[in-house]
Design a protein around this ligand. Structure first.
Ligand code: UDP
Length: 192
């Protein structure tokens, strides 16, 4: 797919369906992938922080998570087909992972949210193999890192909010050939 530069970020011009299909293909090949679903807040933060901008642009895929970005792209005469949100992409991948019995690691959100998320996943997606669920308020990364290394999950959802989740993925993506995806506040929504 083609890339469209908006305010310094290289967005992938892709539909939801095409994007989910791409991630499934990559996952089946055990490719190491860093996915950013960038909303306008992320784009603005990247404009103020060069290191953050370079981390975002080092991701394999950056998609437009926000109607503001779609509108901006249109005004710049570099249209993007549609909004691709982290939450919707996560839901599509969870359904697929449920059917295919994929292994998933969940990192982030408050301890009570992570707890609720755990039961919700077991109930709604019984086919998913949970590699681990850890809340996002840890002091030491080592337990998380060891669990990911030892379990080698197919997909790792990181819900630490921005820019924390992108810094975390950038630091650790080499430990496991997985789809690493920052999903912001999605665990809170999924846990209800
Ligand atoms: N969070 C976390 N650890 C932190 C800070 C935040 O796990 O140190 C979680 C927080 O509980 C929430 C998510 O990250 O579930 C951030 O959600 P928010 O909607 O604020 O972020 P955004 O979607 O804008 O990135």
């Amino acid at each position: 797919s083609k890339l469209v530069n908006i305010l310094g970020i290289n967005f992938l011009s892709i539909t939801n369906k095409q994007f989910v299909d791409q991630l499934k293909t990559d996952s089946n090949l055990h490719l190491n992938r860093f996915v950013v679903t960038a909303n306008p807040e992320i784009v603005l933060a990247a404009r103020k922080d060069k290191e953050y901008a370079s981390i975002i642009n080092s991701a394999d895929y950056v998609v437009a998570d926000g109607i503001g970005i779609i509108k901006g792209a249109k005004i710049l005469k570099k249209p993007l087909p549609e909004r691709v949100t982290g939450y919707d992409t996560m839901l599509s991948l969870l359904s697929w992972a449920n059917q295919e019995h994929m292994k998933i690691y969940f990192l982030g959100a408050k301890p009570e949210v992570a707890q609720t998320l755990s039961s919700k996943i077991k109930e709604t997606y019984p086919g998913i193999h949970i590699a681990g669920i850890n809340d996002g308020y840890f002091k030491d990364d080592s337990y998380i890192v060891e669990t990911i290394k030892n379990s080698n999950p197919d997909i790792i959802f990181v819900a630490l909010g921005f820019p924390k989740q992108e810094f975390f993925i950038n630091k650790y993506r080499h430990i496991s050939d997985s789809i690493w995806m920052g999903v912001g506040g999605s665990f809170d929504v999924l846990a209800g």
